[in-house]
Write a protein that binds this ligand. Structure first.
Ligand code: UDP
Length: 144
């Protein structure tokens, strides 16, 4: 299996619930390493830019308003099959449909306030990593 990198965002609802550590434990227990992390309170422009692919969707305005309602925790996860593994840990977009034991089943309240974001493909992961961690030295893969 390939070693991949993906973006995870702990959204404002989960940050407000004080479960960053519990979510990080799930990444670590699944063999994913956190190789970059940044807490940021997104501006409207940053949130709109990040979710630009959804700008024609009916929920776009509410999504941007939610994502700017409080700080988020953004991290790059590295490991075997990181993109799919993170999506598996997250669970379905709508927490009502999320498998028991997934992050969204345990921490999300609704389809719009659903605790976490995760890149949905390797190509999008590269774009999203560059969006938040563009500078040399931002990524810190393990050396031991
Ligand atoms: N979303 C929403 N209402 C919807 C569908 C999606 O508010 O009916 C939000 C939700 O926060 C979701 C994000 O838009 O996580 C991106 O949607 P996508 O379908 O890409 O789901 P994800 O990849 O996050 O599971």
């Amino acid at each position: 299996m390939a070693i991949e990198r993906t973006i995870s965002i702990i959204k404002p609802d989960a940050v407000a619930k004080n479960v960053i550590g519990q979510i990080y434990s799930r990444f670590e227990n699944a063999g994913l390493q956190i190789i970059a992390a940044r807490m940021v309170h997104l501006s409207q422009a940053q949130a709109e830019g990040f979710y630009a692919v959804h700008k024609e969707r009916p929920f776009f305005k509410d999504l941007v308003s939610f994502m700017t309602s409080g700080p988020v925790m953004v991290q790059v996860l590295e490991g075997e099959n990181a993109v799919a593994k993170n999506r598996e840990l997250m669970g379905a977009t709508n927490p009502k449909n999320a498998d028991p034991g997934t992050i969204r089943a345990d921490f999300a309240d609704s389809i719009d306030e659903n605790a976490v974001h995760g890149s949905d493909s390797l190509d999008n992961a590269a774009i999203e990593i560059a969006y938040f961690f563009g500078k040399d030295g931002d990524l810190c893969p393990r050396t031991r």
